[in-house]
Design a protein around this ligand. Sequence first.
Ligand SMILES: Cc1ncc(COP(=O)(O)O)c(C=O)c1O
Length: 485
Amino acid sequence: MIQNDDYTIEETLDPRDWDSMRTLGHKMMDDVIDYISTVREKPVWKHMPEAVKKQIRQSIPMEPEPSENIYNEFLENIFPYPSGNIHPRFWGWVIGTGSPMGVLSELLSAAMNSNTGGLDHHSAIHVEKQVIEWFKEIMGFPSTSSGLLTSGCSASNLIGLTTARNTMASYNLRKKGIQPGKSKMTLYASEEIHSSNPKAAELLGLGSDALRTIPVNGAYQIDLEALEAAISRDRRDGFTPFCIIGAAGTTNTGAVDDLNSMADICEKENLWFHVDGAFGAWAVIAPEVKHLVKGIERADSLAFDLHKWMYMPYEVGCILVREEENHRNSFSLTPAYLVHGTGGQGMTGGDLPWFSDYGFQLSRGFKALKVWMSLKEHGIHKYGRLIQQNIDQVNYLVKLIKCTPELELTIPASLNIVCFRYIGSDPENTKLDALNKRIEIELQERGIAVLSVTLLNNKTVLRVANTNHRTKREDFDILVKEILK
Ligand SMILES: Cc1ncc(COP(=O)(O)O)c(C=O)c1O
């Protein structure tokens, strides 16, 4: 028998004083609402001073600190130095804006702390199932297809391409691995495809060389003749083509491949059709541009994000797979301690697969709540209008560029992306690459706007990718004025 135990020393991470925690929570909420609602008045970005970085470098905290002190440290050293993408003049790379409801829903899902990898008969699973049903319908996928929310499109591409590789292999690749003796599996995408795809080919043990990068045409879309020629060449040389990746919106220029023709080629050649639609897939809900992504509904797997052009807070993306069985057969692995789907009661009784049967994560958070709440708060029509608004704003910027002699449009804008450069009075000036990079940096350092740069035809160009629901047209007037300055 245990004696003299002092149970009063048992510990927990819960506060002793819930009222103080409530007061602190209310203060945080006020600060958050102030922070977001006044973002336009602040610089888009502020360089984090070395002194502040030093403040953050501390030894491991061994003993507790009062919550108020920790929060004050956050207010002083962390909150003022964000990456800036909630600001109306942030247009760098392809980074979404987030929304106030998205913030609140993150609080609620953290409070529930549901693990959505598995277990059934709990609400988070049913919310995720519901949002995936919505996405299937929006993207034109059959109701029998499967889906999974992911950390983003890199994970979605990896899951889609894993399913493609495992389904198209002529043997049990999950069990046997890549077989040196077998003819090498190859896949195809334009040279403009996002880096997460060659990364996936590497992770899948195919090697990035297995991803044949096909030249693009003048509109930066995959050259279909070159694609077909590469497939024939590989077949002749003893390779095993298995997949074509279409781009619904390339990162560099926003170009959308001819998805319908690619789907035709896949049908003819018996290849898997994967579409990387990280942001561009959402053109499906924008009335004036949805024709551009026609054919997306024919994909075998479709990867897209919610944290880019659907303005939801990081992280959340999605993968849809046309044939549910292929998806599940690529990922499901059930040891005795995770047996499920037996039917009936309890959290293992549900008779449908778990979400962990469709991806590489077992433990997963409740990402679906922010998706569910955001979609319900605004409705899909409003998201469609916002996406169209971003495109119209970019076309307005194009007009400004065209009537400003010191600026040159590099290529016509596609979807929400425009690439241009400052040329001053001399387009042949050899210092223009350095000058445009300098402009990008100064706009950031002065807190005016965040753009990024890229290389097109070996020239450094400024690049605006508008996935920002806070942007107004006048923000582009400011941008052009400040570039000239
Ligand atoms: C076309 C495209 N695909 C994939 C990705 C990777 O997505 P994520 O950053 O959500 O992992 C991006 C990111 O910008 C992208 O633009």
